[in-house]
Design a protein around this ligand. Structure first.
Ligand SMILES: CC(C)(COP(=O)(O)OP(=O)(O)OC[C@H]1O[C@@H](n2cnc3c(N)ncnc32)[C@H](O)[C@@H]1OP(=O)(O)O)[C@@H](O)C(=O)NCCC(=O)NCCS
Length: 379
């Protein structure tokens, strides 16, 4: 029985109206809208509104949300000061996790559990996380953080704070498409852990801190970093096919391939794959897309991957998109968090509506009825 639920695979733990992941047909919808539409047509702010309010915004509603988010972009001074004290070699996700936890200490209403307050915190976190990520990149490279601008999109503002100059339209649009595609994904591990934390009647900051800690793992969000690192390793080996054979012979996984739910092509890859190809083609580093495509093709001809229905997941080609945008490789998972915070917070709002402690049981398979042994008498 325990084996059946190993890793909670296939276990339905709640109803949700936020997103549906159809692993057999390779489809994803956010509140009824297909990711293939949203990924190329929607701005991230429209998706955020959709997740929090349950409908696409009209122009007035969108403008109002963008204005609210813009006002909440600045970091509290305590967090800005704290960032400067952290070791420069810390992983950006560890820094983000620490900073979000610290945000909870400055919010005087951190523990107020009303929809209104939780929505305010959702907006505040979605607005400030890009500021934290960009500031850390500058701090660890010896530069002064750049204050957020009042206007513009989340994607554009993030790139501005990162580089100190206006991004070109293509980079902003690519960043935005990335944020749209990663916003929500059913009961993925980080969303689940955020909901578990919140369901104990904890608070928004604790839940998002849990989510960030869970996203940081290689099997989840950090696969985008690992995927790009593997492309670099394969390219630098000088022979991608030889690298693939040696990598597989050593029993290593191909990062960015495989998924707990999708047994078909990840639909988000249908948006981000062509984008990666287009960005590569117009870049001076056009070889990266080719490296990824070669490894995908080798896996597609490898019985091991075919028999197990293992296809590239969202992290595979999105890693090329983030690289082409100019993000340092170890910051990729923070970009994921910048997007997924919208889903995490929407799930917390949903959990709040009908909360019950999430507490499964385990089948105890250890020893029983052992006799107590005094300390001096133990082996
Ligand atoms: C995503 C992932 C963690 C899903 O895990 P899961 O649902 O628990 O599936 P499992 O780890 O049990 O894998 C099922 C089988 O496929 C194999 N497999 C899964 N992903 C693989 C990969 N990327 N490379 C090689 N083999 C893989 C496993 O070894 C296992 O084989 P087995 O049945 O012979 O033991 C897994 O596919 C993986 O590690 N992928 C690489 C990391 C990644 O891209 N993560 C991002 C996910 S969006």
């Amino acid at each position: 029985m325990a084996d059946k639920a190993q890793g909670l695979a296939g276990v339905v733990v709640a109803d949700t109206t936020l997103s549906r992941v159809d692993g057999v047909n390779g489809e994803l919808i956010y509140r009824g809208y297909d990711i293939l539409d949203l990924g190329v047509k929607a701005w991230f702010e429209e998706v955020v509104y959709l997740l929090w309010y349950g409908k696409l915004p009209n122009q007035t509603e969108l403008d109002a949300l963008k204005a609210e988010l813009a006002e909440m972009r600045a970091m509290p001074q305590v967090v800005a000061d704290m960032l400067k004290t952290l070791p420069h070699n810390a992983h950006p996700m560890a820094v983000l996790r620490t900073a979000v936890s610290a945000l909870g200490t400055v919010d005087e209403n951190a523990d107020e559990l009303t929809r209104e307050n939780l929505l305010r915190q959702s907006k505040s976190l979605t607005a400030v996380i890009p500021t934290i990520v960009a500031a850390w990149e500058r701090i660890r490279t010896g530069k002064e953080p750049i204050a957020p601008r009042e206007g513009g999109s989340i994607a554009g503002n993030f790139l501005y704070m990162l580089n100190g100059e206006d991004p070109d339209e293509a980079a902003e649009a690519a960043m935005d498409a990335y944020l749209v595609c990663l916003a929500d994904h059913g009961f993925n591990a980080s969303t689940f852990s955020a909901r578990v934390t919140f369901a104990t009647i904890s608070d928004m900051y604790s839940a998002i801190t849990s989510g960030i800690g869970t996203l940081k793992g290689d099997a989840h969000g950090r696969a985008n970093q690992r995927a790009m690192e593997q492309f670099v390793e394969a390219y630098e080996s000088g022979d991608v096919e030889k690298w693939y054979k040696a990598h597989r012979a050593a029993g290593n996984r191909i990062m960015g391939i495989g998924h707990r739910v999708y047994k078909a092509t990840d639909p988000r890859g249908k948006v981000l794959g062509p984008l990666a190809k287009k960005m590569s083609a117009s870049s001076s580093e056009s070889h990266w897309f080719g490296v990824a495509e070669t490894i995908e093709n080798l896996a597609a001809q490898d019985d091991y991957f075919v028999e197990r229905n293992l296809y590239p997941n969202v992290d595979y080609y999105s890693s090329i998109v983030l690289y082409m945008i100019g993000l340092p490789i170890d910051q990729f998972t923070c970009a994921f968090a910048m997007s997924r915070v919208s889903g995490w917070t929407a799930h917390i709002l949903e959990q709040f509506e009908n909360n019950r402690l999430i507490r499964p049981t385990a089948a105890y398979v250890g020893e029983t009825e052992l006799a107590w042994v005094e300390l001096d008498n133990r082996d």
